[in-house]
Write a protein that binds this ligand. Structure first.
Ligand code: MSP
Length: 476
């Protein structure tokens, strides 16, 4: 049986337009999905939007539009990243859709034995859409959004998370649910060991202005946005009808992977697996946790006015230069930095000089002797493989995999400099150029999950009767 992988990405809130942080996550996931497909793994890759948050309601109010209008408008912007960033997701789930809502309600009913009602008072951050304990605050403010919390007192439904403490601990310690990187796994285990408390999973309808998924049989309550949002991973697979898609990629598939940012690890590695266990469904098997992208050393924020717009960036540098920056320049599991000067630097050096020049110099020489190339077999460059190319990707260290690949690019350039093929003629030049072309095409093959458009261009310009390739990364 062919191996199967179901891969998802966190679904962003749509209170605003997408920024480069969202692009980082979806591009990383896209590279993984493309890599799996390249290895002939049957891959289903899902993305979507988290539309039921209270912050969407508040943002719409501020803008003087209805919540539906706001989420429609921003969801469209997220969806247009598909073309902009050349994304290969198979489906896009909107949590305001009836399909999702019905699926989330069915899920709630399956968890009923663990759901009870209780009066609650707590500190709520609308930015995170989560309650905080006093001890978790920094200077009395939300540690993530740096903003004041709201004191909320209400009667809500609760989920018996505490009941799953031991099971979760075992799941994670044994790597049945494997969290990448290892330091995140340790953080999660420490959090669990401190003791899990039950969580509030609904809000009174008035507080959400009626927006969101109604609690089954109690329309006065709306599901807590995280409770409904997490179920998107299965409602998109038609959990509602438990159809073949759901069985194929969830219940009967041993590879259920989520990519998420460091700020939402708790929701994915604790809440979500516990919810699934409660519903009698299998939990995820891998969680890949990435870091944050900052801008010139500072956290991206509206107040600082340093939000990087992916649309403008792609317009200026092209999609693959942006993908390259996100995948190679930002360490996959740690925080990284964006700056225009660094973008320009890697565009000129890694992309135009190293990769671009390699392709143009070899195709130029091949054109000169009217060379024809027909080999259609591909493999990952042997030196990159020896350096750990594949295992880096499997271990969610995409930046290190690309570094290995660039060693092949540089290695081939060095070899050409040493061979000095421009001084050679006849059949030995023919043979030499064919080895370079093979090397370049293998590099293109390994590059395809990361820079799909560039990879395609390289493959197209290195087969048949060869002509000098147009510059892959033109200099402005
Ligand atoms: N809606 C929730 C996720 C629900 S998943 C069932 C949410 N949305 S978000 O819009 O705030 O974030 C979406 C994803 O983008 C998260 O994984 C988050 O970590 C990531 N990022 C948001 N800002 C980021 C950066 N500056 N850098 C990298 N990723 C960032 O959380």
């Amino acid at each position: 049986m062919t191996k199967r992988i179901f891969l998802t990405t966190a679904i962003p809130y749509v209170n605003d337009a997408p920024h480069i942080g969202h692009s980082l996550e979806i591009v990383q996931s896209d590279a993984l999905a493309r890599f799996y497909r390249l290895n002939e793994i049957d891959t289903y890759f899902l993305w979507g939007t988290d539309e039921n948050a209270i912050k969407n309601v508040e943002s719409a109010q501020k803008k003087g539009v209805t919540t539906q209008e706001l989420v429609d408008l921003n969801t469209q912007k997220f969806q247009s990243l598909k073309t902009l960033l050349n994304l290969s997701y198979d489906d896009f789930i909107r949590t305001s859709s009836d399909k999702h809502k019905r699926g989330a309600q069915k899920f709630w009913n399956l968890c009923k034995k663990d759901i009870y009602k209780k009066k609650y008072r707590g500190l709520y951050c609308t930015g995170c859409e989560a309650f905080y304990k006093e001890g978790e605050l920094e200077n009395n403010l939300c540690p993530i959004h740096n903003q004041k919390l709201e004191v909320v007192e209400e009667e809500n439904y609760f989920f018996s998370l505490s009941k799953y403490q031991k099971q979760l601990e075992k799941l994670i310690t044994t790597d049945k649910l494997k969290i990448f990187p290892d330091f995140r796994k340790k953080e999660v285990l420490n959090f669990i060991k401190k003791g899990l408390e039950d969580i509030s999973i609904s809000r009174p309808k008035e507080r959400t202005k009626g927006w969101g998924v109604e609690v089954p049989e109690d329309p006065s309550q709306i599901m807590y946005v995280w409770f409904d949002a997490l179920t998107n991973y299965i409602t998109a697979l038609d959990f509602e009808h438990e159809s073949n898609l759901f069985k194929k990629y969830w219940t009967e598939n041993p590879n259920r992977y989520h990519v998420v940012g460091k700020d939402i690890v708790k929701f994915h590695s604790i809440y979500w697996p516990a919810m699934l266990l409660s519903a009698g469904l299998p939990p995820p098997t891998k969680i890949f946790v990435h870091g944050f992208i900052n801008v010139e050393g500072k956290k991206m924020s509206k107040t600082l006015g340093n939000i990087i717009d992916p649309f403008k960036l792609v317009e200026k540098y092209g999609v693959d230069a942006v993908r390259y920056y996100l995948l190679k320049e930002i360490p996959t599991v740690d925080d990284g930095d964006y700056s225009d000067s660094r973008m320009q630097e890697i565009y000129d050096s890694d992309l135009a000089n190293e990769l671009g020049n390699l392709v143009s110099r070899v195709t130029q020489l091949a054109e000169r002797i009217s060379l024809t190339y027909s080999d259609q077999t591909f493999e990952f460059p042997k030196d990159a493989e020896r350096g750990g190319f594949t295992s880096y990707i499997e271990n969610y260290q995409l930046n290190l995999a690309i570094e290995e690949l660039w060693k092949s690019v540089k290695g081939l350039n060095t070899k050409i400099n040493e061979d000095q093929p421009w001084k050679i003629s006849g059949t030995s030049l023919d043979g030499l150029l064919k080895t370079y072309l093979k090397g370049i095409r293998n590099i293109a093959f390994a590059l395809s999950p990361f820079l799909p458009e560039t990879s395609k261009k390289i493959v197209a310009s290195t087969q048949g009767r060869i002509k000098k390739a147009a510059p892959l990364f033109p200099k402005s």
